[in-house]
Design a protein around this ligand. Structure first.
Ligand code: HEM
Length: 200
């Protein structure tokens, strides 16, 4: 890593393509065209957040990011599903298992970064009559604000001493997180009737 390139910027760059692909995939499912379609999207988000819960609760990682446990959105996604009268989905094999610390930070980078895109998504959810206190809690503004939460996360990441090997693990974790979200999203929409995935 050169001194002029921040680690978080490198992560942004290496995940640019998977992010663009995921963005397209989300849009192709038209999650904001109907409540049943949106419910499927929340199920994917719920599973992703639930799979990351052990990382958000990890005491070693919490040394690096003090408010880490509060950053997880599994509870909010579960409450959203209750608002939508939907059952919690069953887990899907393939969740991340005991990653190294650097790999875990790659996963958390993606989960935390997704709160930035959520600022756009919640506006679409509002058009369905939802809000950050009903049905779209997991897309809501985190306490302290989106920008501040992201800045404190990336500042920590950018100043952490890592070996070259850990640096590679970090990248692997971030890429794996995008792959996993893609799998969960495809699973959530696998049996969707066409009417749920047509743009309004
Ligand atoms: C599971 C992971 C992610 C998902 C599902 C996701 C999804 C999305 C979607 C669907 C949009 C488009 C919103 C719209 O235009 O209506 C978006 C935008 C955005 N996302 Fe993500 N995202 C994820 C991870 C990340 C990460 C890791 C970052 C930052 C490193 C990030 C930063 C942004 C930003 C800044 C936008 C705003 C528009 C743009 O600049 O393209 N997202 N995201």
């Amino acid at each position: 890593m050169s001194s002029t390139e921040l680690r978080s910027q490198r992560l942004n760059q290496i995940t640019h393509e998977p992010h663009a692909r995921l963005d397209q995939l989300v849009k192709a499912q038209a999650p904001f065209a109907s409540l049943p379609g949106y419910t499927r999207f929340v199920k994917a988000q719920y599973l992703f957040q639930t799979e990351l819960q052990a990382l958000y609760r990890d005491p070693q990682l919490a040394i690096l990011i003090g408010d880490l446990p509060q950053r997880c959105r599994a509870t909010q996604a579960a409450a959203d599903l209750a608002d939508l009268n939907a059952a919690l989905p069953a887990g899907l094999p393939g969740a991340v298992q005991q990653p190294s610390q650097a790999e875990a930070l790659g996963w958390l980078f993606v989960s935390e970064g997704s709160k930035l895109g959520a600022a756009f998504l919640i506006k679409r959810a509002e058009a369905l009559g939802l809000s950050q206190s009903f049905g779209a809690r997991h897309l809501g503004e985190p306490e302290g604000g989106r920008a501040a939460g992201w800045k404190s996360f990336t500042r920590m990441l950018d100043t952490l001493p890592l070996t070259a090997e850990q640096e590679a693990e970090l990248d692997r974790g971030a890429l794996a997180a995008f792959e996993r979200f893609t799998v969960l999203l495809e699973h959530a929409y696998a049996d969707a009737p066409q009417a749920e995935t047509v743009q309004a």
